[in-house]
Design a protein around this ligand. Structure first.
Ligand code: HEC
Ligand code: HEC
Ligand code: HEC
Ligand code: HEC
Ligand code: HEC
Length: 275
């Protein structure tokens, strides 16, 4: 009987070891945070379910990216020596997220929300974005339901309107770049310029100042029209190259025709296709 148990144990162990080695090789060994928390149930498992649907999972910001700790070792996982920080207090949240989103945190800290948060309960990162189910952000987050929980909607609406037209232009230019990207002309420089302009305007959203946003909008719109000019020049160049290519192939057809005609008229049939 004993040897049977020993054999089964041996088989299970070797199966697990092979699986772990294979996972390690593929670089996707599951973190111990997720292994343990998904079995805990209730409010301790919920973060795993929510994080699974988040942009952070998609981009590789795992539990330990935010909470610290050692995701490779069950015993050490939540110890202070492994840098575990646990759950942040309400007023610590901007620094907690700002570790990675440095520019956003700086701008948030300058905003009415950031300045008054400790006294007024104004929103922090998590109030607007959620904590574990964080999605790609867009102006849709500024809406009547989200923003009228604490005050009127007139200022939020102004901010949204100011940003919306610039966002629309950014989307149009991105689509144009996609269209010309396959061509032989290098689009890297315009892409970088558009990306920088996009980030500059989106950085100031968190300042919540209509004046600051409008000032940045003026600069950004100038950058965008320069991107537009560059793209128009690229489109022109592509059209020119197309015309040259068509011209060249027409010329080839014509020359070939002339040669064949010449051979048919002046050579004997058995020599028509000899080079
Ligand atoms: C062996 C099981 C186990 C592992 C592994 C584990 N946890 Fe936990 N975790 C728990 C339990 C149980 C609690 C609730 C009791 C407590 O706070 O100690 C908890 C609580 C937490 C809390 C809330 C703490 C608070 O201040 O309320 C956070 C955040 C957390 N874990 C994150 C992590 C992260 C990140 C990892 C991986 C680096 C991890 N856990 C690994 C079992 C585990
Ligand atoms: C983007 C950063 C971020 C990531 C990634 C993240 N958390 Fe959290 N987590 C937070 C914040 C912020 C809080 C505290 C929110 C609050 O107080 O409302 C929190 C709270 C918790 C709590 C306490 C819940 C409670 O209600 O007391 C647990 C447990 C937890 N996280 C576990 C995890 C686990 C497990 C993972 C990985 C699957 C994870 N977290 C990934 C930011 C994060
Ligand atoms: C360990 C680094 C890290 C921490 C800490 C972190 N994030 Fe992120 N976050 C990322 C990365 C990486 C991305 C994906 C790249 C990007 O879009 O910036 C991302 C993306 C985001 C996005 C989507 C951005 C977009 O392009 O629309 C939001 C919103 C966000 N994080 C909010 C938060 C909030 C709120 C917290 C705190 C609860 C937080 N992050 C903590 C690394 C982090
Ligand atoms: C009042 C609500 C609100 C608060 C508070 C807030 N955000 Fe945002 N956040 C937004 C909105 C709306 C957008 C989308 C508009 C934009 O990107 O300009 C956004 C966009 C983002 C982005 C994407 C930026 C980009 O370049 O696309 C990140 C990252 C982010 N927020 C992180 C944070 C962090 C970290 C904090 C806390 C320090 C925070 N947010 C606080 C509303 C908020
Ligand atoms: C949890 C409460 C809360 C939520 C939710 C909230 N705010 Fe606020 N907001 C405040 C507080 C508190 C102030 C400080 C000034 C005040 O009392 O009006 C403020 C002020 C502002 C101001 C400055 C007003 C001024 O007179 O200069 C703007 C702009 C603003 N919020 C935008 C937003 C936007 C956009 C949203 C939604 C994405 C939002 N807020 C959601 C609490 C909130």
């Amino acid at each position: 009987m004993r040897w049977k148990i020993a054999l089964i144990l041996f088989l299970i162990l070797s199966f697990n070891t092979t699986r772990a080695l294979a996972q390690q090789k593929e670089g996707k060994i599951e973190s111990v945070c997720i292994q343990c928390h998904s079995q805990l149930g209730g409010k301790f498992a919920e973060p795993v379910e929510q994080w699974n649907k988040s942009i952070h999972k998609e981009m590789g910001n795992n539990c330990e990216g935010c909470h610290g700790g050692d995701a490779t070792d069950m015993g050490r996982a939540m110890t202070t020596e492994a840098g575990f920080r646990g759950k942040p207090k309400l007023l610590e949240i901007p620094d907690f997220c700002g570790k990675c989103h440095i520019g956003v945190k700086e701008n948030y800290s300058k905003s009415v929300h950031g300045i008054t948060a400790s006294k007024t309960g104004a929103p922090n990162c998590v109030t607007c974005h959620g904590k574990h189910d964080i999605k790609k952000a867009s102006l849709e987050l500024i809406n009547e339901k989200n923003c009228t929980r604490c005050h009127t909607y007139d200022k939020p609406q102004k901010i949204k309107q100011a940003l919306a037209s610039t966002d629309k232009e950014i989307a149009r230019l991105s689509a144009l770049i996609k269209d010309v990207k396959g061509s032989s002309i290098d689009t890297k420089r315009v892409e970088e310029k558009l990306f920088a302009a996009r980030n500059a305007i989106h950085q100031v959203t968190h300042v919540l100042s209509v004046n600051r946003i409008n000032a940045m909008k003026a600069t950004t719109d100038k950058e965008l029209s320069s991107v537009d000019e560059s793209l128009k020049a690229i489109e022109k160049e592509i059209a020119k190259r197309k015309r040259i290519a068509i011209g060249a192939s027409l010329f080839c057809f014509f020359t070939a025709g002339v040669i064949i005609l010449y051979r048919k008229i002046f050579l004997k049939p058995e020599n028509w296709f000899k080079v």
